[in-house]
Design a protein around this ligand. Structure first.
Ligand code: PLP
Ligand code: TYF
Length: 393
């Protein structure tokens, strides 16, 4: 039986991570997988998480099963973080999931249950996992244009033109902030225009929010999501706690579904059903940590301060790289690096140029020339800038 299985193509980003580890050159730079790193290349446990973990260790008295849909206090804390104080609890259903990836998967499953004929519209490009999950599900999907590879900014006219073809009951998948892989994001006015279009067409927005706090700030990064939530009758949000709480391996995420008050009970029941069919109870530990950090004022203040340092550190590296490239290229054509937000920027190098930088300079980036800004430090920024110019980018 098992001989019927065909080899599966590996995840390119995870394969690159292995390749980097195996590279024996002393001077090497990892700009691949989207994991935050300090200037020393470490991915630390955040201070507040570490303290919360000690508290949980001291106070937890059982490891018995907890909630099938997750912990209500986690849902409330996440809803407030994402949607703001005064979020419409009476029409919100929540599900704790296995990371943001699990939230995306469950969101797609929910959409398919609600409308088997739905088409899921995804930005071109998008996070490769979106596409592979949708392909695996056999889910109808269509790309909408998003990125202008000349200016390395959002091609908003093209995006809107493509989204004019969405149908009632289709899903439009949007990145809430810090677009992966491009780094190019919608302005708040553009979010408003997207909301107009969704209202006109009756399509349902699904927002993947994996980097809240990594772009312009915790509140600012939720602005687009909040605008959509305030305007549309039905909204699906897949939030990840992996990056902003630095708890990647704890696999913590939250799927939020806004609908009518009348449907809340059915939606909530369907969400629990989806967990049960897939893995039964979701992981508990990460939920407990995040809830503590968000609800204890001292832990929260410390977490927000550390997250802010992470964010501004990445912005500084962006500015340094843009300045360095301005100098070396004698032009402003790389200024987009300082305008992009989040961990990633798509630089616009060809696959051959990306391969050359890996071979000649031991600089690892994803094949589409996406870099993880947090993989840089003050010393490696000039190396990357020189490598880009030498490669003819
Ligand atoms: N969505 C996007 C766009 C991402 O980049 C990620 C990446 O890490 C996720 C969702 C989910 O991540 P996780 O499943 O680790 O929470
Ligand atoms: O895009 C990234 O690098 C992150 C991490 O299968 C990631 O989102 C990459 C690949 C993957 C899961 C997470």
């Amino acid at each position: 039986m098992l001989n019927n299985l065909k080899p599966q193509a590996p995840d390119k980003i995870l394969a690159l991570m292995e390749e980097y580890r195996a590279d024996e050159r002393d001077q090497k730079v990892d700009l691949g997988v989207g994991v935050y790193k300090t200037a020393e290349g470490k991915t630390p446990i955040m201070r507040a998480i570490h303290k919360a973990e000690k508290q949980v260790w001291d106070q937890e008295t059982t490891k018995s099963y907890a909630g099938l849909a997750g912990q209500p206090e986690f849902h409330a804390a996440m809803a407030e973080m994402v949607l703001g104080k005064g979020y419409p609890a009476d029409r919100l259903a929540c599900l704790s999931t296995v990371g943001g990836t699990g939230a995306c998967r469950m969101g797609f499953e929910l959409a398919r249950m609600a409308n088997p004929d739905t088409t899921i519209w995804v930005s071109d490009p998008t996070w490769p996992n979106h596409l592979s999950i949708l392909n695996f599900m056999g889910q109808a999907q269509k790309p909408y244009r998003y990125f202008d590879s000349e200016t390395r900014s959002v091609d908003f006219d093209a995006m809107i033109e493509d989204l004019k073809s969405v149908k009632k009951g289709d899903i439009v998948l949007l990145h809430g902030c810090c677009h992966n892989p491009t780094g190019a994001n919608l302005t708040i006015e553009q979010w408003g225009a997207v909301a107009d279009l969704l209202e006109e067409t009756g399509a349902v927005p699904m927002i993947d929010l994996a980097y809240q706090g990594f772009g312009d700030g915790l509140e600012e990064d939720a602005a687009g999501t909040r605008l959509i939530a305030s305007r549309l009758p039905e909204v699906i949000i897949a939030a990840s706690c992996s990056k902003n709480f630095g708890i990647y391996r704890e696999r913590t995420g939250c799927l939020m579904v806004l609908g009518s008050e009348e449907m809340k009970k059915t939606v909530q029941g369907t969400l629990g059903y989806l967990n049960r069919q897939t893995y039964s109870f979701p992981p508990y530990h990460g939920q407990a940590l995040v809830t503590r950090v968000l609800t204890d004022p001292a832990l929260r203040a410390d977490w927000e301060a550390e997250l802010e340092d992470v964010r501004t550190g990445m912005l500084k590296l962006r500015q340094q790289l843009a300045d360095e490239l301005r100098k070396l290229s004698n032009s402003d054509r790389f200024d987009f690096v300082a305008q992009h937000r989040g961990m990633f920027s798509r630089l616009g190098a060809s696959p051959e140029q990306v391969a050359k930088m890996k071979a000649d300079d031991a600089i690892y980036m994803v094949g589409d020339s996406r870099i993880n800004i947090a993989g840089l430090n003050e010393n490696s920024v000039p190396l990357l800038a020189k490598a880009l110019i030498d490669a003819g980018v």
